[in-house]
Design a protein around this ligand. Structure first.
Ligand code: NDP
Ligand code: MG
Length: 380
């Protein structure tokens, strides 16, 4: 039996994780957490019978308790509740599928409790990779990527000696505005930015893909997951999203992982690593695919990606500023309070104003997040 807890079970990754659980009889769901979609959470509880669930606020917790009377499920709420789900004594693995820095404390709590992590919540590694990776090593816990690019890299590395990597090549679709100039992106609407060409995902990451900040976050995520220097990480645009990423070794050989864009594969791979399980769904058909093309990323019109490399170079707390500024900017863009291009302008402003703290601890990281919010909220 594989006992799992899911942080963010009502989201895009959360629901697909439950789909994987539904198709594998040896997965037991012991704890779930959601934000405010208690209707869906209730359905999930009735289907999977977890012992513990958490929601964002007390009001929804009370409502849910009333609806679930007699089922024996314990309902908790808030950050404390999320942490309780992350540490549930019956789970072997925690799937971190909440969005944003909210995942930081629960992920640390899960590692401290000895749980393996199937990590979707990349913002945690971007801001605290220097804490998470050594802590996981100390606690003998595995951090297994759910992000498709990082899963692809892990799949390429299986059976290989990590010291023989020459570089990794992260692929990007380029998002809905690939090929456009800054001038042409001036007036893009929220609705256009939410139309990803290949993947169906939560709103925040869909906007991150449109600005290419998602690729920036993934470069930083890769640095920590695979212990690489920024110079050893390359980004290439591969618009069909068929090659999910590649590894080049010291002898020039390159391994790539290909497949249709279906997140259930990387989710399932993380849950069963290093084993593979049958998985339904569409298969790549090279006869109809015909071609796979490549482009260099456009760092001038998509400054969001260039800024990630700058944040990595500055190191310390700068990646937190990059991430926090983006989280705030995307939230504002989703509320139609700012324009599309303002997202990257906000990140740049916050980074310029920040004085780097080397090796920040968790409290300092969360303080930098708060300061970044204050700084930007006073200007935008
Ligand atoms: P979604 O927005 O679809 O889901 C987010 C989840 O977090 C929901 O279950 C939501 O609950 C929950 N949540 C929101 N607020 C709170 C809160 N205050 N307390 C507890 N839970 C809360 O996001 P995605 O699934 O798209 O993304 C999740 C993570 O995975 C992100 O870090 C993203 O970058 C990463 N990722 C996603 C991919 C994808 O294909 N979607 C691919 C690769 C990485 P509710 O809806 O009930 O409010
Ligand atoms: Mg990805």
């Amino acid at each position: 039996m594989k006992n799992i807890a899911i942080l963010g079970s009502t989201g895009s990754i959360g629901t697909q994780t439950l789909d994987v659980a539904r198709n594998n009889e040896d997965i037991r769901v012991v704890a779930l957490s959601a934000g405010s979609n208690i209707k869906l959470l209730e359905d999930q509880i009735r289907e999977f019978s977890p012992k513990l669930v958490s929601v964002a606020d007390e009001k929804n917790a009370q409502l849910l308790r009333k609806n679930l009377e007699g089922t024996g499920v314990r309902v908790v709420f808030g950050m404390e509740g999320l942490i309780e789900v992350a540490q549930h004594p019956d789970s072997d693995m925690v799937v971190t599928a909440v969005v944003g820095m909210m995942g930081l404390r629960p992920t640390v709590a899960a590692i401290n409790a000895g749980k393996d992590i199937a990590l979707a919540n990349k913002e945690t590694l971007v801001t605290a990779g220097h804490i998470i990776m050594p802590l996981a090593k100390e606690k003998n816990v595995r951090i297994l990527p759910v992000d498709s690019e990082h899963s692809a890299i892990l799949q390429c590395l299986t059976g290989e000696d990590q010291r023989e990597i020459s570089k990794i090549i992260i692929t990007a679709s380029g998002g809905p505005f690939r090929g456009k100039t800054i001038e042409q992106m001036k007036d893009v609407k929220l609705e256009d930015a939410l139309k990803h060409p290949n993947w169906s995902m939560g709103k925040k990451i869909t906007i991150d893909s449109a600005t290419m900040v998602n690729k920036g976050l993934e470069v930083i995520e890769a640095k920590w997951l695979f212990g690489l220097a920024a110079e050893d990480i390359e980004v290439v645009v591969q618009p069909q999203s068929v090659i999910h990423s590649m590894v080049e070794f010291v002898d020039g050989g390159i391994m790539a992982q290909l497949g249709t864009p279906d997140m259930r594969l990387p989710i399932q791979y993380a849950l069963y690593y290093p084993h593979r399980r049958p998985l339904g769904g569409q298969r790549l058909d090279f006869k109809t695919l015909k071609q796979i093309t490549f482009e260099e990323p456009d760092l001038e019109n998509f400054r969001g990606l260039a800024l990630a490399f700058e944040a990595l170079k500055s190191g310390g707390s700068m990646t937190t500023v990059y991430n926090a500024a983006n989280e705030l900017a995307v939230a504002k863009f989703l509320k139609k309070e700012i324009n599309f291009l303002d997202i990257v302008t906000m990140i740049e402003q916050a980074m310029k104003a920040h004085k780097v703290i080397e090796n920040p601890d968790i409290d300092q990281i969360l303080h930098v997040e708060e300061q970044t919010y204050e700084f930007l909220n006073s200007r935008w």
